[in-house]
Design a protein around this ligand. Structure first.
Ligand code: NAG
Ligand code: NAG
Length: 468
């Protein structure tokens, strides 16, 4: 306003710019207020503005390191401005290529048969909007895929970066099979305990995806986030981690491995089984070494002492469920040692493919220490057979490549999609999310892990499931 002389008497021409600037100011204020409102209502893949799941509480996520304004800008930018620019290619081309190429379709492994069993509860009733509305009460987020685009509604925050890496896994599936993933609408919970009890929900089974299930639950198992990475405890994507563990397992030959059963983990997770396991910590009496994993200490030392690839020096490795299902099974099986699996209650999508004495040894939880001792004694007396069980366990995990995992996700989602009795549409409350928007929300470390697990279009079609 410099060109207005200082002492000009008040006049409409003097007031005019004042009115303009005043109204501009209030407009900006309203806009900022609106933005604040939008920001505070926008759930994100990082868990901003979300409460932890009430059925399994954990400390609130802490975003204190980000100044409030910076966080607001990030939420607006990542939620509303990132996906619009990503162009979609000619998805049909992929299908045409698969159809024209005489690529021999590989047959899916047997464990894919579990998909039909998992979805059997809805085979006759199908899945309605009412099913989903009710399943919503148990879900942390909802995933809707329409026309190859993905929309997510966030209800609760998930512990650590589980939501981020799970959403990422869906997006990578879309990248891997462009144009092939059908429209779908599903509810997902990210905690370790299944919640849809078969007895209690007998009259109306609710479809809910999570990382595990049990024989007593309807929950539908889906590959867990750690296949794509788990930055909080430095576990990289599955292909990287597996190759390293396999290499580490070869550092010591079977003969030179310590002829004892080994377990390292957190015994303080309110698990009677793990408490009981501490009683077997006697290498002479029970042939077992039970060690405490101190994650705080591991984090302080940069995870140098807890590298999974350095933990394959024993002939036998014990798997014990914790508070509920545990991600550690795949890393234990990867060692090539005999996995002594204490009769598990929880199953995940791949553990249904395991066969006792073929690729692992089953331990009786009711006679825990004697059962471990028996396995160790048998193995040390039958070294060839024991070594072979260990090797087959490792082979089983090796055959579970990312290709196979995407195949599994593809078939599970396709079969599930066929059961929907309505046409999925993007819910008005849900925001589109894409690979770039997840990267936008990720912190530096998460971004590093995410980028390592980026998927690229498959050259081959998904494996084929044997007809029922
Ligand atoms: C399922 O519910 C029934 C009936 O309430 C209960 O007896 C049973 O213990 C529950 N099962 C599990 C695995 O929680
Ligand atoms: C098990 O025994 C070993 C050797 O005596 C000991 O170093 C270790 O701390 C024990 N483990 C636990 C969990 O107490």
């Amino acid at each position: 306003m410099g060109h207005f002389p200082r002492h000009t008497p008040r006049s409409p021409s003097y007031l005019f710019p004042l009115v303009i600037s005043l109204s501009l100011f209030s407009f900006t204020a309203i806009l900022l207020y609106k933005v604040d409102d939008v920001v505070s209502r926008t759930g994100t893949v990082a868990g901003h503005n979300l409460e932890p799941t009430p059925w399994h509480v954990f400390p609130h996520k802490n975003f204190d390191d980000e100044p409030l304004q910076q966080r607001a800008v990030k939420i607006i930018q990542c939620s509303y401005l990132t996906c619009r620019v990503s162009a979609s290619g000619d998805d049909g081309a992929v299908q045409r290529r698969f159809a024209s190429e005489k690529t021999r379709r590989s047959e899916c492994p047997n464990l894919f048969g579990a998909i039909r069993r998992d979805l059997e509860p809805w085979a006759s009733t199908q899945i309605s909007k009412a099913h989903l509305e009710k399943a919503r009460n148990y879900a942390a987020f909802r995933v809707v895929i329409v026309g190859g685009k993905m929309y997510v509604d966030y209800y609760y925050a998930c512990v650590q970066s589980r939501a981020m890496f799970t959403i990422w896994s869906f997006l990578q599936l879309l990248r891997r099979f462009p144009g092939l993933v059908p429209d779908v609408d599903l509810m997902f919970d990210c905690m370790d305990k299944p919640s849809i009890n078969r007895t209690e929900h007998q009259s109306m089974p609710l479809p809910l995806f999570r990382y595990c299930t049990t024989k007593e639950h309807f929950d539908i198992p889906f590959p867990d986030w750690s296949f794509w990475g788990w930055p909080e405890i430095n576990i990289r994507s599955w292909p990287e981690e597996f190759q390293d563990i396999k290499k580490g397992s070869r550092a010591v030959s079977w003969k030179d491995k310590i002829p004892l059963a080994y377990w390292k983990g957190n015994p303080d997770v309110a698990s009677p089984l793990r408490t009981e396991l501490l009683n077997c910590n006697d290498s002479r009496e029970w042939g077992a070494q039970i060690m405490r994993q101190d994650w705080g200490e591991a984090a302080r030392s940069g995870f140098k002492t807890s590298k999974l690839s350095d933990q394959c020096n024993h002939r036998y490795k014990i798997y014990a469920e914790g508070y509920a299902w545990s991600v550690s099974l795949k890393y234990i099986l990867s060692c090539g040692s005999v996995s002594l699996i204490i009769s598990p209650q929880y199953e995940d999508f791949f553990s249904r493919g395991l066969v006792t004495l073929q690729n692992y040894w089953l331990v009786d939880p009711l006679q825990l220490c004697p059962s471990i001792k028996r396995a160790v004694e048998w193995g040390n007396q039958h070294q060839h057979e024991a070594e072979a069980i260990g090797k087959r366990g490792q082979k089983f995990m090796e055959s579970l490549s990312m290709d196979r995992i995407y195949d599994y996700m593809f078939h599970l989602i396709s079969e599930y999609s066929k059961l929907l009795d309505f046409k999925p549409t993007p819910p008005s409350s849900a925001l589109e999310i894409c690979t770039d928007s997840v990267l936008c929300f990720a912190d530096d470390k998460q971004r590093l892990f995410l980028k390592k697990s980026l998927a690229f279009p498959s050259k081959a079609p998904p494996c084929t499931i044997k007809p029922a």
